[in-house]
Design a protein around this ligand. Sequence first.
Ligand code: CO
Ligand code: ZN
Length: 332
Amino acid sequence: MQETIRTLCQTYGPSGSERRVLEEVEKLIAPHVDETRYDLLGNLIARVGSGGRKLMFAAHADEIGLVVHYIDEKGYLRVTPLGGVYHQHLMGRRVEFANGTVGVIGLEQRNVTAGKHDWQNIYVDIGAKDRAAAEKRVKVGDAAAFSRTSVFQDDVVVSKALDDRLGCAVLVEALKKLGGSAENECHFVFTVQEELGCRGARTSAYGITPDAAYAVDVTTTGDTPLSNPMPCNLGEGVAIKMMDGGTVIPTRVRDLMIGLCEANGLPYQREVLRGGTTDVFAIQFTKEGVPIGAVSIPTRYVHQPSEMASLTDTEAAVGLIAALANADHSAI
Ligand code: CO
Ligand code: ZN
């Protein structure tokens, strides 16, 4: 599990550039699935099991990042966010481009004291002496992701991109646990471009037309100093979503998920997230509608360069996904 998390988190994959992550996933799941394919938008879809109902499990392969929109004559890169990046979190951080070029994020010095802190006052410094030198490494339109190592310490993992490589790792580990068979026809989808509005989930769900669908993604916690009230805490189990900014989970689906946690001795907590959503937001609107559920992993510092989550909660999520893949869905 730890090596799966590390491999997936350390691989470069901002929205629109997920292919390396998907290729790593493909290597890990190949022995445990009947077939894998890519759809035209770039989602990786793996099938396992037969009979029962057609289920879809989605985790997004993309991570937030920055896109170069202008390179000035001195070789500094001006950037625009790719997904929900907050400029307040960026000073002094490192980012990395697809070709390995590393940059440091700076704030124009006079604006540090002036307190002007916004996208137009931020730049990425790759140490180039002028525009021509910079363009040998990076071009307008290139995407960078945060550059951070993954650390395992007691029960927590600290890494960039836990959103949502942790969800991808949960699907990979659930496939291993299923060992190549399931009571339902299961489509495990590693989606693209979630951070830009669940785009990959939309097309892959249309192609699959599932009878029910589940997303695995991170959620926030209420256990840091002066945090907003939030019922999820690190290490207290997998979070079963009741509702978020874009979905309300049908009661029969939540009841199924809670029942499976109780039957399998998996620690769980109930989740209501007041903002934000997951891939099942898009999936629920497919064709005539799809019943949805969402498995969340409580995570501190979501969308910041270092996110933190619990291995206990992640293991429980693996158990729940494997149980759902085999669960009777005739009443859903
Ligand atoms: Co996210
Ligand atoms: Zn996410």
